[in-house]
Design a protein around this ligand. Sequence first.
Ligand SMILES: [Zn+2]
Length: 491
Amino acid sequence: MKREKQPKRLRQMIQRYINSSPRAKSMVLINMTMIIFCTLFLAMIIYLMVFVSTSGVTLYNNSYNNRQELQYRYVIRGNIYSSDGEVLAETRIDENGNEIRYYPYGSMFAHAVGYAVNGRMGIEDYANYYLMHTGASLSERVSNDLENVKDPGYNVGSTLSVELQKVADDYLGMYNGAVIVSEAKTGRILVLLSHPDFNPGTIKEDWESITTVPGNSQLLNRATQGLYPPGSTFKIITALEYYRENPDSWQDYSYTCNGSITHDDYRVSCIYGTVHGELDLESSFARSCNSSFVNIGLSLNRNSWENTMNSLYFNRPIPTDMVAGSSSVYVGAGSTDYDIMQTSIGQGRTVMTPLHLNMITQAIANNGVMMKPYIIDEIVDEHGNIIRDFQPQSIGRVMTEDEADYLKNMMMAVVEYGTGRALITDAYTCAGKTGTAEFAEDINESHAWFTAFAPADDPEICVTIIIEKAGTGMEYAVPLAKRIFDAYFGV
Ligand SMILES: [Zn+2]
């Protein structure tokens, strides 16, 4: 009975409408139309208010927005500074009165600071809104207008260190690759380097050659967007999953390496065919034994492993305001034993960005809490007043303190008696993991990886390095990490 009540009332209303006079009918229609339009109008106003308040900066930065053109007539683009106060980008006026964007360090900060003609990249892009807005007061604007000069845009204080960036840039030289240095407790980026690079000061003139030479991809920021097989650096994640699945028995793990492992007709060898002999979990990690890690990988629960990968931001966008690629890995349902053998040692279909590896390293150094990597410290007006101050932001806990502690000890063993021995020094302690990502038959064509932090007991900075086609991580990437740590700790 109750259920019929509603349709009955509706039927009565419709009947009343049909029986009413034409004049009454039109009044009903007019009223209904008014109600619909008022609701739509109100919704539109609310939407616009929310949209403008939340996405003003993004809206402005959209290169289709004409307001930018207008802004260029009144505002002179602000400067970009390093964390040590050096000018990384400024606008100068030449003798003919033309504005020239000048980059004192040439190609050294090419991808980090970026450019602002023919599109935008790096800080020139991320901070475009501020660089093109002025903090000048009304009276200053009037007086600038009378003198026919533009108002100064806000200046940007970056997190970048000229000293450390130079160490990395000099060492990388003609090699292709990337270097990232971040602060362990905050996620501030001190070094963001990608080779091959370009000169942002002459990018307009060089555009044709930069964009048409095939296979060069100078504009690609390899540090944040380069997708590489992580090689043995990935053993950090395999080791984490083994610990999660064997919390009480991981210390009992043992394996005898005779230089290779064969499973289902697939064979994986240790580097240079090295026979590692008797190993436990820590020495498997420190000496980077592929056979032992394939053995470990085959024992893991694939669903659980996939969850661990997911919680570490594999197969999804990593949380950062910078333009960055997504790492991918393949271990879930449907993966074959061959896939797992390859994934365990960071080969096969596994690819990662150097930034992502740096973030995982940072989380280990920071007792399991991952910080959002950031490259802009503050926005300042021409009088030095701080307009906006960017604070460290936690992404969240990606592993327990116990797990971080366990990985830290494994990474310390790498330096103490494993593939990172070149980092032994009295000046500081260090924890890290090497990688040699094979993508060709010739070992000398491999990508050299190293990811590390120091001091090991109270970490300050995290360094992640990839050098393309250089050879082993131990021989080529570890020495660069040493130079960066030495420079940072003033050795
Ligand atoms: Zn081995």
